[in-house]
Design a protein around this ligand. Structure first.
Ligand code: IPM
Ligand code: MG
Length: 371
């Protein structure tokens, strides 16, 4: 059953391969118990691909990503590649995948796990139970706008230009995703822009209002300037449910939201494309954390964000809601029993290795299955 479900695994650099290893074990477990039959292929990406193949992502890998149903992405980058030119840098692989797979909707949940609320820099009562979803536009805005570059002026001064641009359809499709997702949540959306200074912000706000009036007027929509949103996130984060915002603001606000959960090493993300003519929506799933070269190879990285990204994949790409929530539950109970990797352990607590965390999770899954 369930044939032809192709997953491309791009583990990447640093701790990427270590945390991915645990996901592959969970995948084996799923296959054994649910006959999921995913067809998995693995390729290099980031610095690892640059070293072996001369570029941070090869055309063949892009091709394979486009022919897969979902991509699982670990992490890329590290000091080793600091001097590589921008087009070949590890991060360029990520941007190219986003653009070529047309992954315009980046879903970044910021969830405070009960067991970890003490690790937040905010007071516990402000973040206990926090559950925000940031919906970030991912394939346009200042990341990709043209012109872009550095030129030398006549007086020998240099001038750098990045262009912030958004079209109606680009704003419309991200707004629709945000509103649709909010229907399964609390039906409260905050759209974030800088309409007070930027033309793109003005258009953003108008289009979001239009989409809202047209199809989603049962949803509570408000608008907020990006600077105010940053402030509100640290003042009273629980006022938010779904935040819809552009590429750059989304980059910044999602880091802020992630950190205040106290669970940065725990947060997954999904990047989704449009539904194509075959009725298929491409998706890429990756942890919010980076490649952490300083702790790579030590078997101490936290694999949970990668595992939760895998769970998001089951949910969004394959509609395997039950399996996905089983994994989420297993993560909650492993944490509730006091198991911690180094990044989330308090000073007095012992911590366990990456592979032990993976093993405990599988034990937990077995228990859930038996119950
Ligand atoms: C992220 C990262 C990337 C971004 C970098 C690595 C290109 O910060 O996914 O948030 O800026 O989008
Ligand atoms: Mg970022």
């Amino acid at each position: 059953m369930n044939k032809n479900r192709k997953i491309l695994v791009l583990a990447g650099d640093g701790i990427g391969p270590e945390v991915m290893k645990e996901v592959l074990l969970i995948n084996k477990w799923l296959d054994k118990n649910f006959k999921t039959n995913f067809e998995i292929s693995e390729r290099l990406v980031g610095g690892a691909a640059y070293d072996a193949e001369g570029d941070s992502i090869s055309d063949a890998t892009i091709e394979e990503a486009l022919n897969s149903d979902a991509v699982l992405f670990g992490a890329v980058g590290g000091d080793k590649w600091n001097d590589v030119k921008r087009e070949k840098r590890p991060e360029a692989a990520l941007l190219r995948l986003r653009k070529e797979m047309d992954l315009f909707a980046n879903l970044r949940p910021a969830i405070a796990f009960d067991a970890l609320t003490k690790s937040s820099s905010l007071k516990e009562n402000l973040i206990k139970g926090l559950d925000i979803l940031i919906v970030r536009e991912l394939t346009s805005g200042v990341y990709f706008g043209k012109p872009k570059g550095i030129e030398t002026l006549k007086n020998n001064e240099k001038k750098a230009v990045d262009t912030q641009s958004y079209s109606t359809s680009e704003i419309k499709r991200i707004a629709e995703i945000g509103f649709d997702l909010s229907k399964k949540r609390n039906k409260v959306v905050t759209s974030v822009d800088k309409a007070n200074v930027m033309e793109t912000g003005l258009l953003w706000r108008n289009i979001v209002n239009e989409v809202h009036a047209e199809k989603y007027n049962d949803i509570d929509l408000s608008h907020m300037y990006a600077d105010n949103c940053a402030m509100q996130l640290v003042r009273n984060p629980k006022q938010f449910d779904v935040i819809i915002t552009d590429n750059l603001f989304g980059d910044i606000l999602s880091d802020c939201a992630a950190m205040l959960t106290g669970s940065l090493g725990m947060l997954p993300s999904a990047s989704l494309g449009a539904i194509n003519i075959e009725g298929k929506r491409l998706g890429m799933y990756e942890p919010v954390h980076g490649s952490a070269p300083d702790i790579a190879g030590k078997d101490i990285a936290n694999p949970l964000a990668m595992i939760l990204s895998f769970s998001m994949m089951l949910n969004y790409s394959f509609n395997m809601i039950e399996e996905s929530s089983m994994i989420d539950k297993a993560v909650q109970s492993v944490l509730a029993k006091g198991n911690r990797t180094k990044d989330i352990a308090e000073k007095s607590e012992n911590y366990i290795s990456t592979s032990s965390m993976g093993m405990l999770l599988i034990e937990e899954l077995n228990k859930i299955l038996e119950s």
